[in-house]
Each structure stands twice: as structure tokens, then as C-alpha cells.
Design a protein around this ligand. Structure first.
Ligand SMILES: Nc1ncnc2c1ncn2[C@@H]1O[C@H](COP(=O)(O)OP(=O)(O)OP(=O)(O)O)[C@@H](O)[C@H]1O
Ligand SMILES: [Mg+2]
Length: 466
């Protein structure tokens, strides 16, 4: 037990559902964040550049307001510095005005035209700036906010843009990390509470059951949650209950088997003694005793053979049938002779089977089947009633019927028909007769069924391959 429990615990730390869930949740949330990270940085870059253009536009307007659009060198530098660009150009439909510029026009490395750039181009440009930008000079073109058909051009260094993007990206990254850790932790505890805890409960229950299926006091199962886990728990509980019942029955049958073997063993010896004594009866002076002795000897033979077989094959299994061809009428006569041995207590015995009707089957086993049915029928019919046997061929099948005029099967016997011990309906019966009959007939590839039962009587029908 402890070995298993230890390994189960080791599993729970390294590869448990809880820790896997934790890692997966962090991973998935980060993945989701990455998917929104790139577009949002691109969006940030666009607004950063648009703001620059707006500021440049305002600076340009202040120059235009001066007489002849001429400002002092000092003011020009101040304006460029405050906007953070190197030159500002305004374009109206007919003319181009360089309003603010440093003395030397710089070398341009890259032009970004915000008027025409699509979303993917923006994303591409952003990544380019982040990955390898820095020292380039950029020309940015965009619409002017102050005049409908004017636009503004600025020249600026890429370095401050890149720094702003990096700052913004870092903020997003730390925020994402924080969100994913918080949500993963919440999810972790929720899932742990919802799934892992009941799973552990079920595992403990199963281990306890496996270690001692017959008697162990089992740990409780999460059966009252009303969800799928409760359903599984209920099924598990039901399965354990059924298994326990089956085990009890199996032990019971095993004990019975041993008992049958022991009884068969000693009974065989007792019967052998009776056989020796009975043989002496053949020479009796009483003609009635002489007439009945062969029947007695035959019964003793059969009883000894049965004991031998049950010892040889074990109590539960019948030997496979060894079929021969025989006259059924004769066999039924033998059965009738035995079950109506006491004429005062027996019903009328009616053998309606034709002389030439033959059966290809194990004679001894069919004898036992008919004995069991006949004995039940005789007991049910009573001294005033009648028991009747008939047989006929129907296609490739032989159909044998044993009917009586008794009061019918009790309800309990009808519900548990052919089930060993379960269908016992009368005092002194063991409830095995019909179960034995069914086993023997099934081994022949045939069927046995209750054709009718009621206050007017009962009829059992046997079908055998002819
Ligand atoms: N022909 C019948 N008429 C009425 N009841 C019957 C008939 N055959 C069977 N039964 C009922 O079915 C029950 C089961 O029969 P079954 O032969 O299996 O067991 P049993 O006769 O009780 O015991 P045994 O093992 O000694 O035969 C009987 O107890 C009886 O109540
Ligand atoms: Mg019986």
C-alpha cells in the first residue's frame, strides 16, 4: 500500500494535474497577450507619429503667422527642439513651404507615409524599428489637421521613436505577465477544487477497494455534487457494490463446491454398499421385491455414476454430452416408474410418445432433465392430477413437452425461473432442479422454456436439435 501511495504522491508533485494546469494556463494567457502585443505596439507607434505631425503643424502655423513667414534663428531652433524634429514642411495643393529646418538638409534613410500605410505595413514598420532601427533618419508624411487638403512632412531621428516603443512594449509585457499569473492562480485553485480534489477522493476510494475488496471501510466519494464527477462516483459506488455481492456469491459457491465434492465422495461409497446389498434382493422369495429390484439397481448405478462425474469435473461443471440414439418412450417410462413409485401419492402418468420416436442425445443427461421436470410436475399435480409427456418433430427440431394439471408456478419461482437457488418456491426444495435441466439442455444446443402456467396447470417445453 505505502509503495503505491508514495508513487502516487510523487506523481502529484511533478506531473500532477494541478501543476500541469498552472503551467498551461500561464502559457495560454501569455500566448493571448503576444497576439495582442504586436498590433497594440503598432497602434501606439501610429498615434505617436500622428501626434508629432500635429505638433509640427502647430509650429508651422506659428511661423506662417509671422510677417513674411520669417522668424529669428533663435525661435526657429526653439520650435524644432520643442517638437523634437529636424525640419517641418507644409504642402498645400499648389506650393511647398519649407517652414522650419536646420541648416544642412540631412540624408533620409526611410520614408513613412501615414496617409497610405495599411495595418500590416504599420506592423512591419514597427517590428523593423524595434529590431534593427535606431540611427536612421526618417521622413514622416501625414495629413495636416488645420487645412483640409494640406499635408505635413517632418524629418526626425528614429532613436526617440524606438525608445518610446520599447517603453510601451515593456509596460505591456509586465502587465501581461501580472494578468497571466493572477488568472492562472485563480484558475489553478478553482480547477483544483473542482476536479483534482474529487479525483483524489475517488482514487483513495479505489485503492482502498482494491486492497480489500470484500470488507474494507471505503473513504467517501463525491456523490452529491450533481455533475459528471458525481455521476462517475455513483457508477463507481454501484460497481463496487455489485462486485462485493458477486464476491460473496462466488465464495458461497466455492464453499458449496467443496461440500458437494466431499459429499459425492462419501456418498459414492455408501451407495456402493447399498448396491451389494440390493443385488441380494434379486433372489428374494417375494415376487414384488424381485420385480422392483432391477429398477433399484439401475437407480443406484446412476447415482454412483453421478457422484463419479461430479468428483471428476468439479461441482459446477457438467461433462459435455456424449450422445447416442435411443427411444425416448422407453426413457420416459423409466422416469415415470421412478417418480410414481408410490401409487397412492402419485398422479396419473401419461406417456404419449410414439414407440418409434428416437432422440440423438446423451441419454443419462436427458433422463436427469426429465426427472427434474417430472418430479416438479408430480409434486404440483398431486394424487388427483395428471402428468403428461409428449414429443414430436418440428422441422429439424425435436420438441418435448412435460405438462401437469397442478396449480401453476408461484410468482417468486416464475420471476427466478432457471436460476440456481433463487427460484425455490416450496418447502424441502433446493431450487436447483430447473437450473440443472437448463444447463444440460443448453449443453445439447437446445432450449427449455416455460410454455404456460396457471391454475389449470403448467407446461415446460424442451427443444433439441433432432
Ligand atoms: N410444474 C410445476 N408446477 C408448479 N410449480 C413448479 C413446477 N415446476 C417448478 N415449480 C416451482 O418452481 C420452483 C423451482 O423448481 P426447481 O425444480 O428448480 O426447484 P425445487 O423443485 O424447489 O427444488 P429441487 O432442486 O429439489 O428440484 C419449485 O420450488 C416450484 O415452486
Ligand atoms: Mg424440482
Amino acid at each position: 500500500m505505502s509503495g503505491n501511495a508514495d508513487s502516487a504522491r510523487a506523481t502529484s508533485i511533478r506531473r500532477s494535474l494541478s501543476s500541469r494546469l498552472l503551467i498551461l494556463t500561464i502559457g495560454f494567457v501569455m500566448l493571448a497577450e503576444v497576439m495582442i502585443f504586436v498590433p497594440s505596439v503598432a497602434r501606439y507607434r501610429e498615434s505617436y507619429l500622428t501626434q508629432k505631425l500635429d505638433e509640427a503643424n502647430l509650429a508651422a502655423l506659428s511661423v506662417l503667422a509671422a510677417p513674411d513667414a520669417m522668424v529669428s534663428e533663435e525661435l526657429r531652433k526653439l520650435l524644432l527642439q520643442s517638437v523634437g524634429v529636424e525640419s517641418v514642411v507644409m504642402k498645400l495643393p499648389q506650393r511647398r513651404m519649407l517652414l522650419l529646418a536646420h541648416d544642412m538638409p540631412p540624408q533620409i534613410d526611410q520614408i513613412f507615409d501615414l496617409r497610405t500605410a495599411g495595418a500590416f505595413e504599420m506592423i512591419g514598420d514597427t517590428l523593423m524599428t524595434l529590431v534593427r532601427g535606431g540611427d536612421r533618419k526618417l521622413r514622416i508624411i501625414g495629413y495636416a489637421t488645420t487645412a483640409a487638403d494640406a499635408h505635413v512632412e517632418i524629418i526626425m531621428s528614429e532613436r526617440p521613436l524606438r525608445q518610446a516603443l520599447l517603453d510601451y512594449g515593456w509596460n505591456i509585457f509586465t502587465l501581461s505577465l501580472f494578468i497571466s499569473i493572477v488568472s492562472a492562480t485563480l484558475l489553478f485553485f478553482t480547477l483544483r477544487w473542482m476536479f483534482v480534489r474529487p479525483m483524489r477522493q475517488m482514487t483513495r476510494n479505489m485503492i482502498a477497494f482494491r486492497e480489500n475488496p470484500e470488507t474494507a471501510e471505503l473513504p467517501p466519494l463525491p456523490t452529491d455534487r450533481g455533475d459528471e464527477i458525481a455521476l462517475a462516483s455513483n457508477e463507481l459506488m454501484e460497481m463496487e457494490r455489485n462486485l462485493r455481492q458477486a464476491l460473496v456469491q462466488k465464495n458461497h459457491l466455492a464453499a458449496l463446491g467443496t461440500a458437494v465434492a466431499k459429499i459425492s465422495h462419501d456418498l459414492r461409497n455408501i451407495l456402493a454398499t447399498s448396491q451389494v446389498v440390493s443385488e441380494l434382493l434379486q433372489d428374494s422369495a417375494d415376487p414384488a421385491v424381485r420385480r422392483l429390484t432391477p429398477r433399484l439397481l439401475q437407480s443406484l448405478d446412476r447415482a454412483i455414476a453421478l457422484c463419479d462425474r461430479s468428483l471428476k469435473y468439479g461441482s459446477a461443471d457438467e461433462p459435455p454430452p456424449s450422445p447416442t440414439r435411443f427411444q425416448l418412450r422407453k426413457l420416459v417410462d423409466e422416469v415415470g416408474g421412478t417418480v410414481t413409485m408410490d401409487p397412492d401419492q402419485s398422479p396419473r402418468w401419461q406417456n404419449n410418445i410414439e414407440e418409434e420416436f428416437q432422440l440423438y442425445a446423451d441419454r443419462d443427461q436427458i433422463y436427469r432433465v426429465l426427472m427434474n421436470l417430472a418430479r416438479n410436475a408430480v409434486q404440483a399435480a398431486g394424487p388427483e392430477g395428471e402428468v403428461c409427456c409428449s414429443a414430436r418433430e418440428e422441422g429439424a427440431m425435436a420438441v418435448i413437452r412435460v405438462s401437469d394439471t397442478g396449480g401453476g408456478l408461484p410468482e417468486h419461482a416464475r420471476k427466478n425461473l432457471f436460476r440456481a437457488f433463487a427460484g425455490k418456491g416450496r418447502d424441502g426444495g433446493t431450487g436447483l432442479g430447473l437450473a440443472i435441466a437448463r444447463d444440460l439442455i443448453t449443453a445439447h444446443g437446445g432450449t427449455i422454456e416455460l410454455e404456460r402456467t396457471g391454475p389449470e396447470g403448467t407446461c415446460f417445453r424442451i427443444t433439441l436439435p433432432a
